[in-house]
Design a protein. Structure first.
Length: 586
C-alpha cells in the first residue's frame, strides 16, 4: 500500500522538525519541543524516532507522521499523502491517486452511511415510524427541523438495513459498524432496531455514524451510538459542528450542550452555534476543534458557553470542561438554567426569546465556580475558605491570560476574604515540567509489572517468545489491564515480523492512547536485560493468578457452606490448602 511505502521513507523527526524546534534527550530515541497544538510554555511535546510517533504530555495529542500533518495542516488523509509525497519528492502512483484501495473502502463506507440515513428518514415518514413521529411531536420538533437534521427511524425487524447493504460484502459490513455479525448461523443483523435515529456528520457534512434513542420502555441502553470506525472517532467529533461552524465564526461564540435533543432545541430557537460531544467526555481534539471555529477573528479570544443539565453529573462535567477550555486560552461562560432544567425542556416551556435572554446573561466561569464553592464549603470558617481555595486552584491555574489572571486573583482574594499574596501563591503553578497543565495520564492505572512486560515485548524476540508461551498455556490474560494489547500480540501469526504499529491499529482509541503513553515511559529496561525482566514479570503474574484462583475458591466454599453442602465444601477446602502451598513465601 502506498501509504505504508510513503511512511517508510519518512522520518517523523524530520517532518515534525519543520514545525517544531526539537531537542534530543540524551542518546536515546526521544526528542522534545514546544507543542504546536496548544500554548506551551515549557517543552511537553515528545517525538519517538524509534516508534515514529509523537505525544504531548500536556494537551494529550498523539499520533504518527500522517496524523501530525492532518492536524497541523487541517488535511484529510488522502490530501496528507499527496502533501507529503509532493514535499519530499516521492512519486505518487497514478493508480493510487485514482484507485487506492483504502480510498475506495472509505468511499464505500461513506456510501453505506448515506444509504442508512436515507433509509431511516424514509422509515420515519412511513406508517411504521408513527411512534417516532409522536415522540418528536411531543418534544416540539417540527417536520422541517426533523428534515434538516435528517432524523429517522430504524425498524424493529433487524434485517432491513443489513439487506440493503448486503452487496458491499461481509468485510465492509462489519467495518461500517451499522450491522452486527451473528454469533451462530452466519449472516448479519442491524445494530439499530426500533430507535429514533440521529445522523452524526463530520465537519464536511458527510454522515459518519448514528445515535439511536430507544422508544420502547425497557429497551436498553437509552442511547446507542455507532462504534468507532475508520470514519467515526468519537473523541474528535462534535454533533452539529458542520452546521454550527458558520455562525460560530460569525459570532465568535460556541454553545456546548449535553445531548442531541438539546442541540436541536437550541438550534430550532434560532441559535445555531451549538454543538454536543456525541455522548462522550470532552476530549482535547474536540476542544481544539471548537477553538478553530471561534478564534478566527481574534486568536484565543473565542467565547464558549457551557449549558449542561443542572444535575450532579452536569455540574461535574461543567467543572471539568472549564479547565480543558481555559487551558486552550478560550473565554468560558456558564449558563445555568433555573430549576436545573435542560435547554430543550426550558425552550419548550418558556420559548426561544426567554432562552436567548438567559444566554446573553450567562455568567463567567469564575462566578459559577465560586457559587459551587459556597454550596460545598463553609466560607464563614477559615478552614472552609482554605478548602475552597484548594478546590478552585487547579482550574484557575490554567488561565493563561495575564490580565484575566490578575483580575481573578483580586476578585478571589476579596471573595474568600483572604490575603492577596496567599491567594496568588496558591494559584502559582508548581515549578515543574509542562505537566503542570497535564491531565492525569490514562495509563496511570496500568500496574508497573505490566508496563515492564510491555517494554520487554517491544525490545526482545526472546521476551516475545516467553510471553507468548506463558499466556497461551494459562488464563492469566484475564488479569491484565493491557489485555487487549497482549491479545492482539497473541493472535499475530508467529511467521509475521513483529510490528507494534500493526498491533496498535487493532486496538480501540483508549488502548491506543495507553500504548502511546507507555511507549514514552522511562523504564530501566534494555535489550540486554529484557528476558530477565520478562521472567520476573511472569512470576509476578503467576502469583496473581494463583491468588485470584484462591479468592474464587474461598467464595465458592462460603456459598456451599451456606447451602449446607459440606462435603463439596470440604473438597474445595483441600484444593484451597494445596493452592496456598503453591504460593511463594512472602
Amino acid at each position: 500500500m502506498f501509504s505504508e511505502q510513503l511512511k517508510s521513507q519518512l522520518d517523523i523527526v524530520d517532518v515534525v522538525g519543520q514545525y517544531v524546534r526539537l531537542k534530543r534527550q540524551g542518546a536515546g530515541p526521544r526528542y522534545v519541543g514546544l507543542c504546536p497544538f496548544h500554548a506551551d510554555k515549557t517543552p511537553s511535546f515528545n517525538v519517538h524516532s524509534g516508534l515514529q510517533i509523537y505525544k504531548c504530555f500536556a494537551c494529550d495529542v498523539s499520533g504518527d507522521v500522517f496524523q501530525f500533518i492532518m492536524e497541523r495542516e487541517n488535511l484529510t488523509f488522502p490530501e496528507t499523502l499527496k502533501f507529503l509525497a509532493d514535499r519530499y519528492g516521492i512519486p505518487m502512483p497514478e493508480r493510487h491517486r485514482v484507485d487506492d484501495p483504502e480510498a475506495q473502502r472509505r468511499a464505500a463506507l461513506f456510501e453505506m452511511h448515506e444509504i442508512a440515513a436515507e433509509l431511516f428518514q424514509q422509515n420515519l415518514r412511513n406508517p411504521g415510524g408513527s411512534k417516532a413521529r409522536e415522540y418528536l411531536e411531543s418534544r416540539g420538533i417540527t417536520v422541517a427541523v426533523s428534515d434538516e437534521f435528517r432524523l429517522g427511524f430504524s425498524d424493529g425487524s433487524g434485517q432491513q438495513l443489513a439487506g440493503k447493504l448486503q452487496r458491499f460484502g461481509g468485510s465492509l459490513l462489519e467495518e461500517s459498524g451499522l450491522v452486527v455479525k451473528r454469533q451462530e448461523g452466519g449472516g448479519y443483523f442491524d445494530r439499530f432496531r426500533g430507535r429514533l435515529m440521529f445522523p452524526i456528520h463530520n465537519e464536511g457534512g458527510q454522515v459518519i455514524g448514528f445515535g439511536g434513542r430507544a422508544l420502547r420502555q425497557g429497551d436498553e441502553p437509552k442511547y446507542l451510538n455507532s462504534p468507532e470506525t475508520k470514519l467515526y472517532k468519537k473523541s474528535s467529533v462534535l454533533y452539529n459542528l458542520h452546521r454550527a461552524k458558520i455562525d460560530a465564526r460569525k459570532n465568535d461564540r460556541m454553545i456546548l450542550v449535553e445531548g442531541y435533543m438539546d442541540v436541536i432545541g437550541v438550534y430550532s430557537a434560532g441559535i445555531r452555534e451549538v454543538v454536543a460531544s456525541s455522548g462522550t467526555a470532552l476530549s482535547n481534539e474536540q476542544v481544539r476543534s471548537i477553538k478553530r471555529q471561534v478564534s478566527q477573528q481574534h486568536a484565543g479570544a473565542g467565547q464558549i458557553v457551557l449549558n449542561f443539565d443542572g444535575d450532579s453529573a452536569g455540574m461535574k462535567s461543567t467543572e471539568k470542561y472549564i479547565g480543558a477550555l481555559l487551558a486552550e486560552g478560550l473565554r468560558v461562560r456558564v449558563l445555568e438554567i433555573p430549576g436545573g432544567r435542560d435547554p430543550d425542556e426550558y425552550i419548550r416551556e418558556n420559548g426561544a426569546e426567554a432562552y436567548r435572554k438567559l444566554l446573553n446573561q450567562a455568567g463567567s466561569y469564575f462566578h459559577w465556580l465560586a457559587d459551587r464553592m459556597r454550596q460545598r464549603f463553609d466560607l464563614h470558617s477559615a478552614e472552609g475558605r482554605a478548602d475552597a481555595l484548594k478546590a478552585m486552584a487547579p482550574v484557575l491555574q490554567l488561565v493563561t491570560d495575564k490580565v484575566e489572571r490578575g483580575a481573578i486573583l483580586s476578585e478571589l482574594a476579596e471573595y474568600l476574604n483572604m490575603d492577596r499574596d496567599v491567594v496568588r501563591d496558591s494559584l502559582r503553578p508548581a515549578k515543574r515540567t509542562a505537566a503542570t497543565v497535564k491531565p492525569q495520564t490514562i495509563s496511570s492505572s496500568v500496574p508497573s509489572n505490566e508496563k515492564i512486560l510491555l517494554a520487554c515485548l517491544l525490545l526482545s524476540e526472546e521476551s516475545r517468545t516467553a510471553i507468548r508461551q506463558y499466556l497461551r498455556h494459562t488464563d492469566a490474560l484475564r488479569l491484565l489491564e493491557l489485555r487487549a494489547v497482549f491479545e492482539a500480540f497473541l493472535t499475530t501469526p508467529e511467521d509475521v515480523s513483529f510490528s507494534m504499529s500493526a498491533i496498535s491499529e487493532r486496538l480501540d482509541a483508549r488502548m491506543r492512547r495507553i500504548l502511546t503513553e507507555l511507549s514514552f515511559a522511562e523504564l530501566d529496561v534494555g535489550e540486554e536485560n529484557a528476558l530477565t525482566h520478562t521472567l520476573n514479570c511472569l512470576r509476578v503474574l503467576e502469583t496473581k493468578l494463583i491468588e485470584s484462583r484462591r479468592d474464587d475458591l474461598k467464595q465458592q466454599i462460603r456459598h456451599l457452606e451456606q447451602a449446607g453442602d459440606f462435603a463439596e465444601a470440604m473438597k474445595l477446602t483441600m484444593e484451597l490448602d494445596k493452592l496456598k502451598r503453591s504460593l511463594p513465601e512472602p
